[in-house]
Design a binder for this molecule. Structure first.
Ligand code: NAD
Length: 430
């Protein structure tokens, strides 16, 4: 474990980096990373008194996961009141946050997962922890991240059995007070942007209108199906690239937001606003109406970006294989709902397929393709969430009484606290 810049093998680089940040030579102070003197007093199972709370950030092990759960800017904020932030060696490498920047921000770098987790009180993750990681955690350790419980029941069960406390960020309620912790939204923003760029990059046409000596180029048409957080970001990005943008959502309230971005909202006599601002599932008759209208819009589009989802259900089918056959050769579909079954009948999750000259992309984990900023936004979400876990005096709260903590608590004290996950584990439906 490296405590100071001088201990780190890249110490010279760090000093150089600080020099470039401050513009001054010789004014580089070694950060006081081990702030034992300012340690948080813990009681009960929180660990020995006078030891700082250790917040650990592992390297993500999921293939393709290039994000990291905290960034140097947030480390600086967390170490200020005296928490010890430990980063696993190279945890931020794929998001372009090298160890040197974390060290300079006041973190310690742990050379192995074992060193990282030894005595950790809080573990910050992007993806759910692995079984081997859970087995290294002390009873009562708090793990925070996306838990994707439905697909990770084994990890949920192990956390329950080892009396780990797990908060699932995807369960944070979408209330105004929780906006700064809304990692679903921050990552959907990153996903929507990346989807528009991916579509543009694979489209054989210019997106903007061009008037040149070589003739006039007509702008491309981009259709966005599902105008939630990701969809609105895709609309804004496609508009900035100069395309003609059309969008559709079953929630009529989305129309105003679509129009405010300068896109055309496709109206249909359906308003399927469900609970909590999400969409409800359509009736059979509504589905037929929707597919008819969507098919006509899909056929005239050069790029279609689909983001339609209904929480806890398979994604709605909006583009049939017959509709794909009516599209122009060279058209591109980017299906952001690929992981939940796809909005296009021909989508294959994690793959790009070609049918009738149309490219159908089913990318997974798009936010990880823009890891620098996606990590920065995620880290800020976590920083806000951590604010709920500490008292004014800096100790971890003894009771999780805040409604945001209650809603996002997945596992605690040997019990699965999230009802649908508990039902699923006992053989019932989610
Ligand atoms: P989501 O990812 O669950 O779904 C994406 C979009 O798909 C939604 O807009 C939904 O209406 C749409 N959709 C579902 N079925 C469809 C169908 N058959 N055809 C067309 N579109 C369909 O949703 P999301 O983007 O995470 O958020 C959705 C809602 O939550 C929005 O109203 C958003 O403004 C709201 N929200 C509120 C807050 C807050 O208040 N803090 C934060 C984030 C989001």
């Amino acid at each position: 474990m490296y405590d100071t810049i001088a201990d780190h093998p890249w110490s010279e680089n760090i000093v150089r980096l600080r020099k470039s940040q401050t513009g001054k030579v010789g004014k580089v102070s070694t950060p006081t990373i081990a702030q034992e003197g300012k340690g948080i007093i813990l009681t009960g199972s929180n660990g020995p008194a006078s030891m700082p709370v250790v917040i650990a950030v592992p390297k993500e092990l999921t293939i393709g996961e290039d994000r990291v759960a905290t960034v140097p800017e947030v480390v600086q904020k967390l170490t200020k009141p005296g928490y010890e932030v430990r980063i696993e060696h190279d945890a931020g490498m794929n998001a372009f946050y090298p160890d040197a920047l974390y060290l300079a921000a006041g973190a310690k770098i742990a050379s192995s997962q074992k060193d990282l987790l030894n005595g950790a009180r809080i573990v910050l993750h992007v993806q759910p922890p692995t079984i081997s990681e859970i087995d290294q955690l002390d009873e009562g350790t708090i793990v925070i991240g996306f838990m994707n419980a439905t697909n990770n029941l084994e990890a949920v069960a192990r956390m329950r059995d080892r009396k780990i406390t797990a908060f699932a960020l995807e369960l944070v309620p979408r209330i105004t007070r929780a906006q700064s912790m809304d990692a679903l939204s921050s990552q959907a923003t990153a996903g929507g942007y990346t989807a528009a760029i991916l579509g543009a990059n694979n489209c054989p046409k210019f997106l903007p209108m061009l008037t040149t000596a070589a003739g006039t180029i007509r702008p491309a048409t981009v259709l966005i199906l599902g105008a939630g957080v990701a969809g609105l970001m895709a609309i804004a990005t496609a508009k900035r690239l100069g395309a003609i943008v059309e969008a559709y959502d079953v929630r009529r309230a989305a129309g105003e937001q679509v129009r405010s971005l300068g896109a055309k909202f496709l109206e249909l006599e359906i308003n399927a606003e469900g609970q909590g601002g999400y969409a409800r599932e359509l009736t059979t008759g509504e589905k037929a109406m929707e597919q008819q209208m969507v098919s006509a819009a899909v056929a005239r589009a050069d790029i279609v970006i689909t983001t339609a989802n209904i929480p806890g259900r398979k994604a709605p089918l909006l583009i049939t294989k017959e509709t794909v056959a009516t599209m122009r050769p060279g058209a591109v579909i980017v299906d952001l709902a690929a992981e939940s079954g796809g909005n296009c009948e021909l989508t294959q999750a994690g793959k790009t397929v070609r049918e009738h000259g149309v490219m159908i992309m089913g990318p997974q984990n798009l936010p990880a393709r823009i890891p620098f900023h996606a990590s920065q936004m995620y880290a800020k979400n976590l920083q806000s969430f951590l604010g709920l876990l500490f008292d004014k005096d800096g100790t971890i709260v003894k009771e999780f009484s805040d409604e945001i903590l209650i809603a996002s608590l997945l596992v605690h004290a040997g019990e699965v606290r999230h009802g649908p996950t508990r039902d699923l584990m006992s053989g019932g439906k989610p």
